[in-house]
Design a protein around this ligand. Structure first.
Ligand SMILES: Nc1ncnc2c1ncn2[C@@H]1O[C@H](COP(=O)(O)OP(=O)(O)O)[C@@H](O)[C@H]1O
Ligand SMILES: [Mg+2]
Length: 367
């Protein structure tokens, strides 16, 4: 979903640092949504310049407001904690004091502080990494449990709303614009078999007495910065999707990627299962920080969250397949179908491991 537009880095940098001369701006990182550049001025100070994906995030002002409020809150909370290794990115306004900059071709840009001596990894390869990921997102969650003022903007409306996702899926099946329903019958059938239970979970977590929290909503391992030396989590990044949500969104989406034994689009379905060691380690890290603040209802909701988040991704991929691949980038015509099948297989595997994962959560809550 990257829009290829021309832009002049010099002009953009001048909008941020009219007096400073920057001697380098180089492409940086392995992100898939935003274009990121590392910029270094003559004094050696480093920042990151990021082009915001305006196609995915239509409310850039709302998004940047969220980001500024969240990072300012994190900064204040962390300042009161001596010896914490945890830190936060900060938003650097442009010379006019605006949180983002719009260039002549309607690209949107932001500048954030660069966290030195940090690394990210796409895949978790040890229990300790799974724990660090859990710790980072759990701590982030806990630090944001008391953000004052109005609720944050919902930057992607109805992002995790199962009813609305099913409505789009139903419409895509009905229209069948690219004649693919026939080739997706097995996965469509699986999706329909899950509808009732999935919608019931969403109703549970959106009932009036269920706590709304500030959630990250993109809890992948490569959105946690680790200290290069100690390999401990030091910062949560990629705050575009930070908005009001429920605890299970962050827990569930992290388990979906971190405890999956295979890639998101694995074609060989037998390779897909739940890595219980990573599940346990992530859950321990996550709940060590966020556990105390959870209500009984929230604790009960957590177990089904990975099934929900994995399923909703599969449903979105399958819908995209039926619509002719308009949202996700694909490498071949069956890519979205393969992705959906892989997500649905993981849902089935999560069902199979349900007794064991419930046991893991129960033990953590009792400890
Ligand atoms: N403030 C930062 N300090 C150091 N590295 C960062 C920082 N922000 C992002 N990165 C690196 O750049 C990559 C992409 O940034 P991210 O904000 O996650 O964009 P995307 O939305 O494209 O994933 C990250 O995975 C990380 O390696
Ligand atoms: Mg990222």
């Amino acid at each position: 979903m990257k829009s290829e537009r021309r832009f002049s880095l010099d002009k953009i940098l001048a909008a941020y640092f009219p007096d400073a001369s920057f001697n380098s701006a180089i492409p940086f990182g392995s992100g898939h949504i935003n274009d990121t550049f590392l910029i270094t001025n003559l004094a050696g100070e480093k920042y990151l310049l990021q082009r915001i994906n305006h196609q995915v995030f239509q409310d850039v002002a709302g998004l940047m407001n969220n980001m500024e409020r969240v990072t300012r809150h994190l900064q204040q909370k962390l300042a009161g904690q001596t010896g914490s290794r945890f830190t936060t990115i900060q938003v650097i306004p442009n010379a006019e004091g605006k949180l983002f900059h719009q260039d002549e071709s309607s690209n949107y840009w932001r500048v954030i502080t660069f966290i030195p001596n940090s690394v990210t990894y796409d895949l978790v390869t040890s229990e300790d990494q799974a724990y660090q990921a859990g710790y980072a997102f759990g701590y982030f969650q806990q630090l944001l449990s008391d953000v004052p003022g109005d609720t944050l903007a919902e930057t992607i409306p109805q992002f995790h709303d199962m009813k609305s996702r099913f409505a789009k899926f139903d419409a895509a099946r009905e229209i069948d614009s690219v004649d693919r329903v026939k080739s997706a019958e097995a996965d469509i059938e699986f999706a329909l078999s899950q509808r009732k239970e999935m919608i019931a979970w969403h109703e549970l977590v959106t009932q009036p007495d269920f706590p709304r929290r500030v959630t990250h909503n993109d809890t992948k391992f490569n959105n946690v910065l680790l200290d290069r030396e100690s390999q401990q989590a030091i910062c949560v990044i990629d705050l575009d999707t930070v908005m009001p949500g429920v605890i299970g969104y962050d827990f569930g989406d992290a388990i979906r990627t971190i405890a999956n034994t295979a890639e998101e689009d694995e074609a060989e379905l037998t390779k897909i299962s739940v890595n219980l060691d990573y599940y346990r380690a992530f859950a321990q890290g996550f709940l060590s920080e966020s556990g105390q603040q959870l209500t009984t209802l929230e604790k009960q909701s957590l177990h089904y969250a990975p099934n929900y988040m994995t399923f909703i991704m599969g449903l979105r991929m399958l819908t995209d397949y039926l619509q002719g691949d308009i949202y996700y980038k694909i490498s071949d015509t069956n890519h979205n179908l393969r992705r959906a099948a892989a997500q649905f297989k993981l849902v089935a595997e999560l069902e199979k491991s349900a007794d064991q994962t419930q046991q893991i959560l129960t033990e953590i809550f009792q400890s």
